[in-house]
Design a protein around this ligand. Structure first.
Ligand SMILES: NC(=O)c1ccc[n+]([C@@H]2O[C@H](COP(=O)([O-])OP(=O)(O)OC[C@H]3O[C@@H](n4cnc5c(N)ncnc54)[C@H](O)[C@@H]3O)[C@@H](O)[C@H]2O)c1
Length: 326
């Protein structure tokens, strides 16, 4: 067997996005160690071929050593609603954990980092599509903790020469083989609508149908998780010592809530009853990414922007799951 090209630590690699990226790294011939405390992830989600450490990023110093070429950092809590009612949980884990991870990287001489940031760092959009130079004003503690980590990374790159890329994902969707989305509680639209199609949920709530959008429902930018994974591999190559590069990741094309529901009906062939609900506070009408920086600096081009394909892959994954209680 040929020697692995590089060796990476993937924090949160038992979760949705981390497991898909770990699978892509392995397919590219790299050696992968997943560090995950299984707080929201699943042991069986870790792709075959990856070494698995059940542990917390807060203790990363126990395992990080100079044999690693870099870290891809997905481990975090990411439920917006929960972060509003229990902000401390988010500051302690997302920020405290990242402080410990950055220190462990510095001590071990591991100098390349790709971090999962989020569109939630921007808050209410000032322009559409959103660019990386737009103001960051998160409207919830989850987004604030992610922005705080971005600021920390900027300082780390300037002070200690870290080569860092933050990828600000918009709405990640779809699945990659046996790796797919299963948050608990689920808060993302596509898996929620699929639960209705599977009969696990009675109806899908449509929060507001009087927004200034073509059909009155909110528009979001859905990006296929495999396209997202490819951006991570490109980010590892693009990372430059002393620089913190920040890139939005989205398709630049939004789809409305109603378009998503209609696509789920078409793909699954199942009825999907809707329930009209009032607007939710803090839900912007349109959230769409400008991914120009990712295209220019990473050479990234998403190739799975079609909503039907995204929903089809998510549907294939949802049907292989055990039924869950909504
Ligand atoms: N899914 C999305 O649409 C989306 C959008 C924007 C940003 N993100 C970010 O991407 C990352 C991955 O998101 P996801 O949807 O895969 O979430 P996920 O919950 O499926 O995965 C997160 C993983 O991190 C692990 N984890 C949490 N805290 C940990 C700790 N202290 N130590 C070790 N492991 C820990 C969990 O067990 C889980 O496996 C997160 O950082 C999230 O903020 C996700």
């Amino acid at each position: 067997m040929s020697k692995p090209q590089k060796k990476y630590l993937v924090t949160g690699g038992a979760g949705y996005v981390g497991s898909v990226v770990a699978a892509h790294l392995l397919e590219a011939g790299h050696a992968v160690t997943v560090l995950d405390d299984l707080s929201t992830g699943f042991r069986e989600g870790v792709p075959a071929g990856a070494e698995f450490i059940e542990g917390r990023i807060q203790d990363a110093a126990k395992w990080l050593d100079p044999s690693y070429d870099g870290v891809l950092h997905f481990a975090a809590y990411s439920q917006v609603g929960e972060s509003v009612v229990d902000p401390e949980k988010y500051w302690v884990n997302n920020v405290g954990g990242s402080v410990a991870l950055l220190a462990a990287m510095r001590d071990a001489g591991v100098r390349t980092l790709v971090f999962s940031s989020t569109a939630a760092t921007y808050g209410e959009p000032v322009t559409t599509p959103i660019t990386e130079s737009d103001a960051t004003a998160p409207t919830n503690p989850y987004g604030a903790t992610k922005l705080a980590v971005d600021h920390m990374i900027t300082g780390e790159a300037a002070a200690h020469g870290l080569a860092a890329v933050s990828l600000r994902y918009f709405n990640v969707a779809g699945a990659y083989g046996s790796c797919g989305e299963r948050h608990s509680p689920e808060s993302h639209l596509i898996p929620l609508v699929l639960q209705v199609a599977l009969g696990q949920r009675e109806s899908i709530s449509v929060y507001g149908d009087d927004y200034p959008t073509p059909d009155g429902t909110c528009v979001r930018d859905y990006i296929h998780v495999a396209d997202l994974a490819e951006a991570h591999l490109l980010a590892l190559d693009a990372a430059t010592a002393g620089e913190h590069l920040i890139c939005n990741l989205g398709n630049g094309n939004g789809f409305s809530v109603r378009e998503v529901i209609e696509t789920v009906r078409e793909v699954t062939g199942h009825p999907v009853p809707e329930t009209a609900a009032p607007r939710r506070a803090g839900d912007p009408a349109v959230l769409v990414a400008s991914a120009t920086t990712a295209r220019e600096r990473l050479g990234w081009t998403p190739s799975r922007a079609d909503l039907t394909g995204i929903v089809s892959d998510a549907w294939t994954f949802a049907r292989r799951e055990e039924p869950t209680t909504p």
